[in-house]
Design a protein around this ligand. Structure first.
Ligand SMILES: Cc1ncc(COP(=O)(O)OP(=O)(O)O)c(N)n1
Ligand SMILES: Cc1nc(C(=O)O)sc1CCOP(=O)(O)O
Ligand SMILES: [Mg+2]
Length: 544
């Protein structure tokens, strides 16, 4: 059944798509489609389907494993995650202090709530502490079929505590495993599933994978992380025909609590996004390896099994960032913007040019290297960043988000036809600086909505540095300043002869000038910067 139910208007203010030609004129139309057991929303007929994993698992009060790990893993892989809680554990980095099993009727009710309402792509199971819970889960899966089932046969916690007793085993073997697309036992769990025979080598893991596959799952991943005496961690994937030995380096850390749950959730998330089993397993192993490596020195709790950081990508933004401080709008006073053509003309390296500008008093630096190779740009950015930071000056990268991310620069500057500012913000995270070029009040308003930190407004005067650049003049600059709450730096044709006219504009958010040729197309960058800096400082004092 596929009924088109109704068309509903959604106010355009709900969407931030500044560039959409339709958003101003027409309210956006959302098609709300209701199919059996599924609701999806279409925007301009293009469906916004969200990959969705349902995890059926236990809660870990310590936050490292179970439901908590599953939610974090799915979020890190950008997949929606709903939850059915099978047990509440009192748990920390020392061990499991208590387990309260959720009655099977209430597990069934949670399953019904989610599966009868939402479109779930993949179900992932973790701790299933009673035979009754396994039974109601299998019933629900038959009633509401999903695209894939990932079974992490959690039986023993990393601390050695038993989480699912032998009474659950029969249900696993007879009912759940035959429904599974992949089952992910570690060597201890594989041994339990096979009646207690210990696994001591990769060839034991291969044999175990084959025997477990005979129980019904389409794929078996036996995880060898606990195998003794090996410098890498080898997992064996068996799909019924081929064996794959997947290696990753063993990370020396105590922070491994929740790796099993996370791996299975990642696999589920990748399957929900449409990957094959092999791709999903490979991507998930890589994710775990990177997360463990980033988290190896985390200290959470006093026990022997610490949790790790699923959002390792955020590490650059938080504690470890070399960013000076939060963005200070006064840094825009003398914004030095480099130019590779000018550096070549005067026979200077990017680094020498930047050093001279900083020594002359530049308060922020932008690397605007339009015609250098990526590798050269990145190498220059890394060394310039060190120098800038040794002077407490932020370094911004023009256009190239990839370079900014790769060198952990302080931010990026993007124009109206570059990477959209809101995407730059998402990619860089909340703490980096995002600057946007704006020539009109509308663009300035959008820059604010998109999460920019400052506006570069120009060209104020004609320039030969940027081809075909239209000018906005002093009036256009003032209009942009008045239209925005953001600090503004003026750009285009600015030098010592006209900087004062800009600084005299009586608007509080006009913070300074951005300059290319008046600094870098001069014989002595240091002197040119020094002169302009002293002029601007005087003008800024008068403004106060
Ligand atoms: C501070 C500042 N303002 C404006 C610009 C221009 O950026 P954009 O419009 O993207 O043009 P290009 O510099 O990329 O040619 C800027 N770079 N810096
Ligand atoms: C890079 C750039 N952006 C501009 C804009 O109008 O957004 S004008 C410009 C070039 C500025 O160089 P100079 O200081 O040599 O005039
Ligand atoms: Mg640009």
């Amino acid at each position: 059944m596929n009924e088109l139910c109704h068309i509903r208007s959604i106010p355009s203010s709900c969407f931030c798509s500044p560039n959409s030609k339709t958003s101003q004129k027409n309210p956006r139309q959302a098609l709300v489609k209701v199919q059996a057991n599924r609701v999806s929303i279409s925007m301009h007929n293009s469906e916004m389907k969200v990959p969705h994993v349902l995890t059926v698992a236990g809660s870990d009060s310590g936050g490292g494993a179970g439901i908590q790990a599953d939610l974090k893993a799915c979020a890190a892989r950008r997949v929606y995650c709903s939850t059915v809680i099978t047990a509440v554990t009192a748990q920390n980095t020392v061990g499991v202090q208590g387990v309260d099993i959720v009655p099977e009727e209430f597990v069934a009710e949670q399953l019904r709530s989610v599966l009868s309402d939402m479109h779930v792509d993949v179900v992932k199971t973790g701790m299933l502490p009673s035979p009754g819970i396994v039974k109601v889960l299998c019933q629900s899966l038959r009633e509401f079929p999903v695209r894939a089932l990932v079974v992490d046969p959690v039986m023993v916690s990393t601390s050695g505590d038993v989480l699912s007793g032998p009474s659950v085993l029969a249900g696993f073997r007879e009912e759940l495993l035959p429904l599974a697309d992949i089952v992910t036992p570690n060597i201890k769990e594989a041994a339990v599933l096979l009646g207690g025979v210990p696994l001591r080598s990769v060839s034991d893991m291969r044999a175990a994978a084959k025997l477990i596959r005979d129980m019904g799952p389409r794929n078996v991943l036996v995880k060898g992380g606990d195998l003794p005496d090996s410098s890498d961690s080898t997992d064996v994937l068996f799909d019924g025909e081929e064996f794959y030995e997947l290696r990753s380096s063993r990370v020396n850390t105590r922070n491994t609590h929740g790796t099993g749950c996370t791996l299975a959730s990642c696999i589920a998330a990748e399957l929900a996004k449409g990957s094959s089993i092999l791709e999903a397993v490979r991507a998930s192993k890589r994710f775990i390896e990177t997360a463990l490596d980033y988290s190896k020195d985390l200290v959470i709790g006093n026990g022997t099994q610490g949790p790790f950081d699923h959002f390792f990508a955020l590490k650059n933004i938080s504690q470890n960032s070399t960013r000076q401080d939060k963005f200070n709008p006064n840094d825009l006073l003398l914004y030095a913007v480099t130019d590779s053509r000018m550096n070549r003309k005067w026979g200077r390296s990017i680094l020498d040019a930047v050093k001279a500008a900083i020594e002359g008093g530049a308060t922020i630096v932008q690397l605007r290297e339009k015609d250098v190779e990526t590798q050269e740009f990145l190498d220059a950015a890394k060394v310039c960043l060190e120098v800038c930071h040794s002077y407490g000056v932020p370094l911004i990268i023009n256009d190239r988000i990839d370079v900014a991310l790769a060198c952990d620069a302080d931010g990026v500057h993007v124009g109206q036809s570059d990477m959209p500012a809101h995407v730059a913000r998402t990619l860089l995270g909340p703490e980096k600086i995002v600057g946007v070029s704006c020539k009109t009040p509308e663009q300035a308003q959008q820059a604010w909505i998109d999460g920019a930190d400052y506006i570069g407004c120009g060209g104020v005067y004609p320039t030969t540095t940027k081809e075909n650049n239209s000018t906005v003049g002093l009036d256009g600059l003032k209009e942009v300043c008045l239209a925005s709450k953001l600090p503004v730096v003026a750009i285009g044709g600015i030098g010592p002869s006209n900087a004062h006219s800009i600084m005299e504009i009586d608007v509080p958010n006009l913070k300074g000038v951005a300059v290319v040729s008046a600094l870098f197309d001069r014989e002595c960058i240091l002197t040119a910067t020094r002169n302009l800096h002293s002029l601007l400082s005087e003008a800024a004092k008068l403004k106060k």
